[in-house]
Design a protein around this ligand. Structure first.
Ligand code: HXC
Length: 258
């Protein structure tokens, strides 16, 4: 954990804060960052001096999605072999509470990552979205499943099929985030909450989290598998190649349904 390339770590008493740290790419989640993130969170999860964790980005972006440059040329076999999104399940399995402190863009894989957390505190500047459809694919790390559970079918369907963003206030009204706070305090509010939880019995916190997740995750796992397979399948289409190339070339895509 000493040589972090894509993350920054701060400790304060029983609370550890992990910062996603690829600011130039709006914290796009490349494979290296996700490897480092999963390993770091697991290490903190096993560390008795940590009782709660906060995951955050910076004011401009929590994360703008999975890294499109890494996926643009991939075919389904490569995606299946890499199975890079399977390791996200290890975040789902953390025993200690993980609080997302979200400001700015929280999109695609970024929104899916925030939804892996147990509690979400949003800055009033936060914007949430699953814009994968605009680049010829679909959410692949739980977006279709967790978003639907969090905000209901109608709203999730509109977001997933149009790629439209919602504001922090809408995310609050729809039940995606716990609360919206001024931009200056989103991180400190999340850390305050983490300290509050860290003052409780760690054993009770662990078992209570597990129990809440038990109901939340009933039927979730089949859905996640189904979504991931469909996501990989889309890498067989010309539209995926066109959508991602268009993003990287900063032009509008021409989809053909092939
Ligand atoms: C790679 C990305 C990126 C991404 C932004 N960048 N998002 N690179 N992957 N997901 C890069 C840009 O190419 C650019 O690099 C730099 O970050 C700044 O971004 P700009 O577009 O110049 O910023 P802005 O005009 O402010 O627009 C912000 C934005 C836009 C609206 C967030 O960047 C955007 O639409 N990003 C893509 C969002 C998206 O489609 N996410 C879903 C990805 S697919 P340069 O080098 O030009 O400065 C996905 C699949 C999930 O997440 C599957 C399972 C995990």
């Amino acid at each position: 954990m000493t040589n972090l390339q894509f993350l920054r770590l701060e400790r304060d008493g029983y609370v550890a804060t992990v910062f996603l740290n690829r600011p130039k790419q709006l914290n796009a989640l490349n494979i290296g960052l996700m490897d480092e993130l999963v390993a770091t969170l697991e290490e903190l999860d096993c560390d008795d001096s940590v009782r709660a964790m906060v995951l955050t980005g910076n004011e401009k972006a929590f994360a703008a999605g999975a890294d499109i440059t890494e996926m643009a040329g991939a075919d389904p076999t490569t995606m299946l072999k890499r199975d890079q999104f399977a390791k996200w399940d290890r975040i789902r399995k953390l025993k200690k509470p993980l609080i997302a402190a979200v400001s700015g863009f929280c999109l695609g894989g970024g929104c899916e990552l925030a939804m892996h957390c147990d509690i979400m505190i949003a800055s009033e500047t936060a914007q949430f979205g699953q814009p994968e459809i605009k680049i010829g694919v679909m959410p692949g790390a739980g977006g279709t499943q967790r978003l639907t559970r969090a905000i209901g079918k109608a709203r999730a369907m509109e977001m997933v099929l149009t790629g439209k963003f919602i504001s922090a206030q809408e995310a609050y009204q729809f039940g995606l985030v716990n609360r919206v706070v001024p931009a200056e305090v989103y991180l400190s509010e999340a850390q305050k909450l983490a300290h509050e939880i860290a003052a409780m019995s760690p054993v009770a916190v662990r078992l209570a989290k597990e129990a809440v997740l038990k109901v939340y995750e009933s039927f979730l796992l089949d859905g996640l598998e189904f979504e991931r397979k469909n996501f990989y399948l889309l890498f067989a289409t010309e539209d995926q190649k066109e959508g991602m190339a268009a993003f990287l070339e900063k032009r509008a895509p021409q989809f053909k349904g092939k």
